[in-house]
Ligand binder design. Structure first.
Ligand code: ZN
Length: 462
C-alpha cells in the first residue's frame, strides 16, 4: 500500500454512513423553498441548522443577513502557511410542485433502492453536505490539511439577487486560493467529471412597428408594411448557410477551441445521432464543422426564445398587425464580451429591416462567459482526488449553461473555480422525485476529503 491508499483506507473506515445519511435527511426535511414567502421561517431554520453544525466542527460560523434570505459563512483557519479553499453551495431548493407526481413526500426523505428521494437531495443540499462531512472526516482522522471557508447562500434558485452585493462587501473575508463548487451533474453515471468552462449570455428584445394601427388585410394588404413578415426576414438573416451567426464582428473575440480540447472531447462517449433521438429530432443543426459537444460547450449561438405579433386567437382574423416582436438570446464563449455583443446586435439588427417598418432593440440581462486555466495545479489536485474517490480518472468538460454567480466569485476572489460535480442528470434535479444516490453521496464525502488533502499537499502561494 502506498501512503494515499492507506490514507484512503483509514478515511473509508471512518466514514460512518448511517450517521452521515441521518444528518443529511434531517437537512432535507426542512422546507427551504426560497421563492415561497410563507417559508421564510424554514429558510432561517435551515441557515441556523447549518451554522450550528459547522460550529460543532469548530468553525467560526455565522448566519449573516442580506436584503433577502441569509448567507451562512463559516471558516476554519488552521494555519496561514496553508492554502485556503472556499466551498460555495446553496441551501435553498426549488418549489416541490407538481406535488401529485411525487411517489413519496418531497420533504420526507425516503430511501428506495440506493437512492434517497427528497427535494434538494442532489441540488444542492446533498452535494454541499458532502463537503461538510468531508471536513468532519478529516478532523476525525487528525487535522485539516488546509484552511476551509463555507459560503452557503439561500437564494440560488431565485437567481442569487443579493449574493453579488454580499461578495463585493465581503471579498476580504471570503479570500481563498481556490473555489470548489459542487452543484451540478457529472458527465455520466460511471464517468466523473470536472467542469472548467461556462458560457455567457446576451439577451435582448426586438420590436418591429409598422402602421399606427392594425389594418384590414383586404383594404391595405400588399401595400402596407407587415411587421411580422419584416421580423421573419430579419431573423432569417441572422444566420448564414454554414449555420454561423451572421452579425459582423460576432466571432472577433471568440477563443478558438484548441486541438487538444477537441481531441479530448472526441474521446468522450457521446453520439450525436443518439443525442438527436433523445430529444425527438431527426437531425441536429448548427455551425458546420463542429460536433454537438463543441457547439454546445465551446461555440457561441444566437436563438429566438419567443416571438409574437398579430392575431393569435381561435379562428381567423384578416389583419395586417401594427407590431411584432421577438426575444433573442446569444450564448457566448470566452473571450466574448456580453455588452459588446449586445452593441453589435443593437446596431446591426435595425439595418436588416425592410422598407416601411421601424425596428428597435432593447436589452435584457447579460452574463459573462469564462473558462478556467486547466494548467493550474489545483485542477491536477482535483483530478487526483476524484480518481481516488471514484476509482477512475475524471474527464474535463465544459457546460453550455451560464452560472453568473460563479463569475462574481472568480472576479472578486481572483482565483480558479473547480466545479466538482457529484450528481447526475438522472437525479431529476428541479423535477418531481428528485433523488441522490447514497453511493454518490458517500463517494462525494470521500472526494471532498481527498480534494482538501490534495490541495493541502500543494502548499501555499503557487
Ligand atoms: Zn443548484
Amino acid at each position: 500500500m502506498n501512503s494515499d491508499q492507506s490514507l484512503d483506507q483509514s478515511l473509508e473506515n471512518l466514514l460512518d454512513t448511517p450517521s452521515a445519511d441521518q444528518e443529511l435527511f434531517e437537512l432535507l426535511r426542512i422546507q427551504s423553498v426560497s421563492t415561497d414567502s410563507t417559508r421564510v421561517p424554514e429558510m432561517e431554520r435551515t441557515a441556523n441548522w447549518l451554522q450550528h453544525k459547522l460550529s460543532s466542527l469548530g468553525f467560526e460560523a455565522a448566519v449573516e443577513a442580506t436584503a433577502g434570505h441569509p448567507v451562512v459563512f463559516a471558516q476554519k483557519i488552521v494555519s496561514s502557511d496553508k492554502p485556503t479553499v472556499l466551498i460555495y453551495g446553496h441551501y435553498d431548493v426549488q418549489p416541490e410542485d407538481p406535488l401529485e407526481e411525487w411517489i413519496s413526500a418531497p420533504f420526507e426523505p425516503t430511501v428506495r433502492g440506493d437512492r434517497v428521494y427528497a427535494r434538494g437531495a442532489t441540488d444542492d443540499k446533498g452535494q454541499l453536505y458532502a463537503h461538510v462531512r468531508g471536513v468532519q472526516l478529516l478532523q476525525e482522522l487528525g487535522d485539516l490539511p488546509c484552511n476551509i471557508k463555507f459560503l452557503l447562500e439561500g437564494e440560488e434558485e431565485m437567481g442569487s439577487p443579493n449574493l453579488g452585493a454580499y461578495i463585493s462587501a465581503n471579498a476580504t473575508r471570503l479570500a481563498a486560493d481556490v473555489i470548489v463548487i459542487s452543484d451540478g451533474s457529472r458527465f455520466d453515471t460511471d464517468i466523473p467529471s470536472i467542469t472548467y468552462g461556462v458560457r455567457g449570455l446576451t439577451y435582448l428584445e426586438v420590436h418591429v412597428q409598422g402602421a399606427d394601427r392594425d389594418l384590414h388585410s383586404g383594404v391595405y394588404g400588399g401595400a402596407a408594411p407587415n411587421p411580422i413578415n419584416a421580423l421573419a426576414q430579419i431573423i432569417a438573416q441572422l444566420h448564414d448557410e454554414q449555420g454561423r451567426v451572421a452579425v459582423p464582428g460576432f466571432y472577433d473575440d471568440v477563443q478558438p477551441l484548441s486541438p487538444e480540447e477537441r481531441a479530448a472531447w472526441a474521446t468522450l462517449p457521446h453520439d450525436d445521432a443518439v443525442w438527436a433521438a433523445s430529444i425527438g429530432v431527426s437531425e441536429l443543426i448548427g455551425e458546420v464543422g463542429y460536433t454537438a459537444l463543441e457547439k454546445t460547450w465551446g461555440r457561441p449561438t444566437l436563438d429566438c426564445n419567443g416571438i409574437w405579433g398579430g392575431f393569435q386567437g381561435e379562428g381567423s382574423k384578416t389583419v395586417i398587425p401594427a407590431k411584432a416582436g421577438a426575444k433573442i438570446s446569444c450564448r457566448l464563449v470566452a473571450n466574448q464580451d456580453e455588452n459588446k455583443i449586445y452593441s453589435l446586435l443593437e446596431a446591426y439588427i435595425p439595418t436588416l429591416a425592410p422598407k416601411g417598418v421601424k425596428v428597435t432593440v432593447k436589452p435584457h440581462h447579460h452574463g459573462t462567459a469564462m473558462v478556467m486555466d486547466l494548467s493550474s495545479p489545483y485542477f491536477a489536485a482535483a483530478e487526483r482526488a476524484t480518481e481516488r474517490a471514484f476509482g477512475v480518472k475524471p474527464v474535463f468538460i465544459r457546460t453550455g449553461g451560464s452560472i453568473p454567480i460563479a463569475l462574481a466569485l472568480k472576479t472578486a476572489l481572483k482565483c480558479e473555480i473547480i466545479f466538482l460535480d457529484l450528481g447526475v442528470n438522472a437525479d431529476n434535479l428541479h423535477s418531481p422525485n428528485e433523488s441522490f444516490s447514497l453511493k454518490d453521496y458517500h463517494r462525494g464525502i470521500l472526494a471532498s476529503a481527498y480534494v482538501f488533502q490534495e490541495i493541502g499537499k500543494l502548499g501555499k502561494n503557487l
